[in-house]
Design a protein around this ligand. Structure first.
Ligand SMILES: Nc1ncnc2c1ncn2[C@@H]1O[C@H](COP(=O)(O)OP(=O)(O)OC[C@H]2O[C@@H]([n+]3cccc(C(=O)O)c3)[C@H](O)[C@@H]2O)[C@@H](O)[C@H]1O
Ligand SMILES: Nc1ncnc2c1ncn2[C@@H]1O[C@H](COP(=O)(O)OP(=O)(O)OP(=O)(O)O)[C@@H](O)[C@H]1O
Ligand SMILES: NC(=O)CC[C@H](N)C(=O)O
Length: 751
């Protein structure tokens, strides 16, 4: 047996905060040593933090990184411990994103990243270049002060592996894991047994399995030990890095770290047997054949032994079952940990939320409640950092600290219901009940006097007073009256956030929380600069459908039972007067359902559909339910409002990134914000397609159907969405059979 104890970690780094980042790195090395590990892997760019963005262009950032590395090399941190440290390095005037391998106060090798992450939220090519040379390890001249301090003038730089006397180790940096031609294949064929992946990977709902599957598969086909390290927390932007560092061997996960946590440092270790790797590989005939013909990868020799031989007390770590959170849990824990980091680092004393008693703001309130619960749990478990942060934020004095989540919420969370004549008792009481359950400091205000003051001012100015539509007013008047209410709420929210601490003899300020969801943003169903404009928004990229599931989950699992009633109520803005024959409802106002919005959002962003291809895709998706002209109407309606309102995305409150169809304009979904909302070219194409299909007798109930068999007369026709089936005598088929991509037959029937 060749037993090797390895350690990886989740680190909560903060972009550009070199002191706290270095402290976390040292803490993780200490804990890895305490656990008897001889390899310690940290996340990508851990010295600087991953999200420094254009700070990477500053020379200071690289210089400070070298200073921190020098600090590590001058102490005993790397004694008998191979440390992989993530930092930027400039070589011949080109900046690379690197893993620096250090052992016994020397730099063994510097490995620049070869496949940069440059999609979606990632823009690494803006700051770094990819290392292209697969056949070269160069001699890198260390910066003079580092060289002098550690008495080492240069180090190997490039693609390669480290050959110890009893183990072979190499890096595969984050994105490289997910590429079509990953470095680990060539490295494994060259005999590399342990892969160290330093990563900076963000949370997205339902994404974790992609990462875990990639890691398992990496060692399932090639064999080997795969160590993965990730950041965890908000490092200064919209992303939450969701940890989940892990260790795998030959296709099995043997250690998995937490995905969501308030801890700054989490270290996990595993004892792995490298003989199990060579035995596994030796049993795969095709691997052996390919290994014989491999392209040679350069290497560095390190004359050290890092493994131990068989000892009864050294047990190899056994596989664990991978833990996946449900999406509802991801919504609870990801945004609440992100809020905690934001709170403790911004210097704020808490949050203020305009709480309408509707689904969205209630979901945000529940997330803050969850944050308070997590903090108390960690304090109970002895986390000193969380305790220190909680004492500062909650302004506890004389050695007191929080022990109860509701008491803590009362100090750090204001909720405020701002009712008008259009508000209902139902929403008012739901807001109050939820606030009581969470423990927030709740205010209930009437804002009608402010609104009528504004209207009187307007009347003095113009001689006119607008009326609601239900009272005979025009659309313009109706909209203006709604927007006054919505915007007054925003002004009041910021006023309360800045002054309430003063009222309660506290120092500091409160951050205003926004609560518009991803679908409202996409459709533009929000008033620009109303209460959806806040300091930060934890649910800005969560869909309404997911939020409702979260509310149902939270009613039970967070112990806020009123969330169930809130979820069951129909979504309404309550900006128009309620009459016996009229009450305002979101989905009626928008002309589309939240479920449809999720479909449009996914097709637009994830499947990159323009209007025409969205129409074509939806003709298939909704075939049997809607005629092509009905689909065309829906698609045009969506694109009209999406484009009219796109300008609102430029001022969207910074939101936690959770959803891959987020329309967030600043970092993720980069598109123009001034459109010709008539889309003349695209809509004409759609009309032409509808016309092409116009020969079919839609008016007589002709619909597209699908069947797995042909001729259709022998099959039962199932009406989409219904259990009912129709005998062949009740319909006739129309049109030609054609196989679609799901290998069903598409055909037309007339009843
Ligand atoms: N192309 C462009 N580029 C930059 N800015 C542009 C623009 N076009 C208009 N604008 C500006 O935007 C303004 C229009 O935006 P805005 O003031 O929002 O007004 P608008 O979008 O017309 O109305 C907001 C809509 O959201 C509904 N609403 C309100 C409140 C809450 C909820 C809910 O979520 O439940 C829904 C409300 O009923 C209404 O249908 C214009 O007055 C103009 O100043
Ligand atoms: N009566 C109210 N009291 C306090 N805040 C309100 C009130 N009405 C709306 N808001 C705030 O303004 C935001 C936008 O209002 P809107 O009517 O669009 O609600 P929404 O986005 O549908 O959310 P919700 O489901 O929470 O009502 C809400 O999320 C909430 O924070
Ligand atoms: N930092 C990176 O290389 C990111 C890689 C990858 N896109 C991820 O989300 O994990």
């Amino acid at each position: 047996m060749r037993l090797l104890k390895v350690a990886t970690c989740n680190l909560n780094q903060w972009a550009m905060d070199f002191d706290s980042n270095l402290r976390n790195i040292k803490e993780s090395i200490s804990r890895a040593k305490e656990d008897g590990a001889v390899i310690r892997l940290g996340p990508e760019l851990e010295i600087t933090g991953y999200g420094c963005e254009d700070h990477f262009l500053e020379q200071d950032t690289v210089t400070h990184s070298w200073d921190c590395l020098k600090d590590l090399l001058l102490g005993d941190w790397t004694d008998n411990m191979l440390c992989s440290i993530g930092m930027p390095v400039i070589h011949e005037s080109v900046r690379y994103n690197c893993q620096v391998f250090c052992l016994n106060r020397r730099i063994l090798m510097i490995r620049p990243k070869m496949c940069l992450a440059n999609d979606g939220n990632y823009r690494e090519l803006r700051w770094f270049s990819a290392w292209m040379h697969k056949d070269r390890l160069l001699d890198f001249q260390l910066p003079a002060d580092v060289s002098e301090a550690i008495s080492q003038s240069s180090a190997p730089f490039g693609y390669g592996y480290i050959q110890f006397l009893d183990a072979v180790v190499a890096a595969e940096i984050c994105e490289e894991l997910f590429t079509a031609d990953p470095p680990r294949i060539g490295l494994a064929l060259n005999g590399v047994e342990v892969f160290l992946n330093a990563s900076g990977s963000h949370h997205q709902l339902r994404k974790l399995n992609l990462r875990i599957d990639a890691i398992k598969n990496a060692t399932l086909f090639c064999g080997g030990v795969y160590m993965y390290s990730n950041h965890q927390g908000c490092d200064g932007g919209r992303l939450y890095y969701d940890g989940c560092s892990c260790i795998a061997i030959n296709g099995d996960i043997v250690a998995q770290g937490s995905q969501f946590s308030l801890k700054d440092v989490e270290v996990l270790t595993a004892q792995v047997d490298l003989d199990a790797v060579s035995s596994y590989r030796g049993s795969i005939s095709s691997f052996r054949e390919q290994a014989i013909q491999k392209a040679k990868v350069p290497s560095v020799k390190a004359a050290y032994k890092i493994c131990q031989s068989f000892k009864l007390q050294l047990f190899p770590t056994t596989p664990v079952e991978v833990k996946y959170h449900r999406p509802e849990e991801e919504i609870a824990f990801g945004p609440s940990c992100w809020l905690w980091d934001y709170l403790r680092r911004s210097g704020a004393s808490g949050f203020l939320l305009p709480l309408s008693g509707g689904a969205d703001s209630s979901a945000v309130a529940a997330i803050v409640g969850c944050m308070c619960q997590l903090a108390i749990k960690d304090i109970e478990n002895g986390d000193g950092q969380v305790k220190a942060d909680a004492i500062r934020i909650g302004q506890y004095k004389n050695g007191e600290f929080p022990t109860d989540s509701k008491e803590f919420a009362k100090r750090v969370f204001y909720t405020v219901y701002m009712g008008t004549e259009n508000s209902s008792e139902a929403t008012r009481s739901r807001a109050k009940k939820l606030a009581d359950e969470i423990g927030s400091w709740h205010l209930d205000v009437h804002i009608d006097s402010v609104i009528s003051a504004l209207l009187s001012l307007f009347q003095t100015l113009t001689g006119k007073r607008p009326c609601y539509k239900v009272d005979g007013g025009s659309n313009t008047e109706n909209l203006a009256l709604q927007n006054i209410q919505a915007r007054v709420r925003m002004v009041l929210a910021f006023m309360l956030a800045s002054l309430m601490p003063w009222v309660h003899n506290k120092s500091g300020f409160y951050l205003v929380l926004g609560s518009s969801n991803v679908d409202e943003g996409l459709r533009g169903y929000l008033t620009k600069y109303d209460c959806s404009s806040a300091d930060i928004n934890p649910i800005g990229s969560v869909s309404k459908v997911d939020l409702r599931a979260f509310l149902r989950w939270g009613a039970f699992h967070l112990g806020y039972s009123s969330l169930a009633d809130i979820e069951a109520a129909p979504p309404t803005a309550e900006l128009e007067p309620i009459r016996s024959n009229y009450s305002q409802l979101d989905e009626v106002d928008m002309g589309m359902t939240y479920e449809e919005l999720s479909v449009y959002g996914r097709l637009r962003k994830i499947f990159r559909c323009g209007p025409v291809s969205m129409f074509q895709n939806l003709c298939h998706k909704w075939c049997g339910k809607l005629t092509p002209s009905e689909v065309a109407e829906k698609v045009k309606h969506f694109f009209k409002y999406y484009s009219i309102n796109r300008h609102k995305m430029t001022v969207l409150t910074p939101s936690y990134h959770a959803e891959s169809y987020s329309p967030e304009d600043n970092r993720f979904d980069l598109r123009q914000f001034l459109y010709n909302w008539r889309w003349p070219y695209q809509f004409r194409k759609i009309d032409e397609l509808v016309q092409e299909m116009g020969g079919w007798p839609w008016s007589r109930g002709c619909r597209i159907w699908q069947s797995k068999c042909w001729p259709v007369e022998q099959a039962e026709v199932h009406k989409a969405g219904q259990e009912k089936s129709f005998p062949a005598s009740q319909y006739s088929t129309y049109g030609k059979k054609a196989r679609n991509k799901h290998s069903s037959f598409c055909f037309y029937v007339v009843f």
